[in-house]
Design a binder for this molecule. Structure first.
Ligand code: GBH
Length: 481
């Protein structure tokens, strides 16, 4: 039997096939390729884990921290599962050294964390709380001492409660830029990778239009669209602020959960439809950032409810980025049709497989199509998967084990599909697994566990799950199998 090297196998067979089919209606068909047993990732590929401040830190009132909208929301009866809050969470505020050791034992080279804005500026602006920033100094120094590179997100939904009007107020975007300027200047000697915001749709639409996230409002469309605009404006002003206050080599991006449109089948027409859907379906957020404008389709769709834009806004929003971070969990299938937009979203039948969270439908090829669509549309300099992972009905056995085979299945399949993107030379630089440990899952409280370490929320003891052992092997071998 003739043996092929991995790259010959992947590339030459695909190239030959592409040539053979060129010009025919099958030219866009991605041919099924025999999969070798082990999928190697390139040397230098970054493996990491991700968390967010309000979900892990606790210490809600420690050392002068001010409340965020998530403190208020979670303390409002009926808003979160069993009224659970982030008051204690994983108490990473005190146990961060232990958490860095969990990272070290995994062998990750990077850790994505976020900052609690109201720990540093308890009122969102104005008076600085040095003890709040001291905490992040300690965490970052501990990471660096353990050879783990911090990737820092400025805003993962925990808006300081004191900012009047929250994201309804345009001044909040400016307050965000001031906060990012101050903090990036202080951390920029040790942190080279910053992300402005995490997942626009969650802190804008889910907070202000649909109400299931903080601050729990249900505004009419025009006002909710304005909230979206202030969110992306904060990002844009934040990029400018970080660049102005850090060394030239600092890398600036964001973490965004763009809706990922996956072609129902890999033919030219459906692939084109998925790409169009990706651009139109993400028009208020990622598309606006990448193109520095609201595209016609969005403006037409919103009509009189379209956001009010001031001079200079779109230029800031379109500020060039060093990388785009994609949080990818789940696919949205799409097909070509002859409607004016040229595509139609496929509804999932109720029998569609999903993970332990109802929204988390299973389709690992979303991680490949997320990368491919974003790169083909906008050619970003670099891509990170800033989140990927799943909830699971984890049970700690008396023997102290958590056999989360479903999470291992989920991760293995996503990393297999991500490898396809890497192998096709899309500029994917790293992968952050969500999450290092079980934590406060927002409106779901502690009822949905996303960690690869189990947390006993009474004792705060962390226990590696089977998935942690599996991920440690992936990292050690730099390959998925
Ligand atoms: C990410 O959001 C977040 O960045 C992270 O903080 C979170 O812990 C993680 O995923 C796991 O959820 O209320 O039923 O309509 C992922 C995208 C968008 C998924 C909001 C849940 C709400 C579902 N999330 N969505 S529902």
């Amino acid at each position: 039997m003739i043996s092929f090297s991995r790259r010959q196998f992947g590339k030459s067979v695909a190239a030959a096939a592409a040539t053979a089919y060129a010009g025919s209606s099958l030219s866009g068909l991605a041919l099924a390729q025999p999969q070798p047993a082990a999928l190697h990732y390139p040397k230098g590929f970054l493996w990491g884990c991700a968390t967010a401040a309000y979900q892990i830190e606790g210490g809600a009132q420690a050392d002068g921290r001010g409340p965020s909208v998530w403190d208020t929301f979670s303390h409002t009866p009926g808003k979160t599962y069993h009224g659970e809050t982030g008051d204690v969470a994983d108490d990473s505020y005190h146990l961060y050294k232990e958490d860095v050791q969990l990272l070290k034992a995994l062998g990750v080279s990077t850790y994505r964390m976020s900052l609690s804005w109201s720990r540093i500026f308890p009122e969102g602006r104005g008076a600085f709380n040095p003890k709040g920033l001291d905490y992040y100094d300690r965490v970052i120094d501990e990471l660096l001492a353990n050879h783990i590179t911090p990737y820092v997100t400025f805003f993962h939904w925990d808006l300081p409660q004191a900012l009047p009007g929250g994201w309804q107020n345009r001044d909040t975007s400016k307050a965000f830029a001031d906060y990012a300027a101050f903090v990036s200047k202080r951390l920029g000697d040790r942190v080279q990778h910053f992300m402005t915001t995490n997942e626009f749709v969650c802190f804008t639409d889910l907070g202000y239009r649909y109400g299931q996230f903080a601050p729990g409002m249900k505004l009419p469309d025009a006002e909710a669209n304005q909230v979206r605009h202030h969110g992306i404006l904060a990002h844009g002003l934040g990029v400018q602020a970080i660049r102005a206050n850090t060394p030239a080599a600092t890398q600036v991006g964001l973490a965004e959960n763009a809706t990922v449109f996956v072609p129902v089948m890999e033919t030219d027409a459906h692939i084109q439809a998925a790409q169009k859907a990706m651009r139109v379906g993400n028009a208020p957020f990622l598309t606006a950032l990448m193109e520095g404008k609201y595209i016609d389709e969005y403006l037409a769709q919103e009509g009189a409810n379209a956001p009010k834009v001031e001079p200079g806004d779109m230029q800031a929003i379109g500020s060039p980025l060093d990388f785009v971070g994609l949080n990818i969990y789940t696919p949205t299938y799409v097909r070509a049709d002859d409607s004016p937009l040229g595509f139609a979203v496929e509804p999932n039948p109720s029998s569609y497989p999903h993970m332990y969270s109802p929204w988390l439908t299973l389709g690992p090829e979303c991680i490949y199509w997320g990368v491919r669509n974003v790169c083909d549309l906008w050619k970003p300099k670099g891509i990170y998967i800033t989140e990927n992972g799943t909830s699971s009905d984890d049970v700690l056995t008396p023997a102290g084990r958590v056999e989360d085979v479903d999470r291992v299945m989920y991760l293995r399949n996503h990393l297999t599909q991500l490898h396809r993107a890497v192998d096709e030379d899309y500029p994917v630089k790293g992968y952050f697994l969500w999450s290092l440990m079980d934590n406060f899952e927002w409106a779901d409280g502690y009822s949905k566990r996303f960690g690869i370490h189990y947390v006993d929320f009474k004792t705060l003891k962390r226990t590696p799950k089977l998935s942690a052992e599996w991920y440690r092997n992936v990292i050690a071998q730099n390959r998925v199998e």
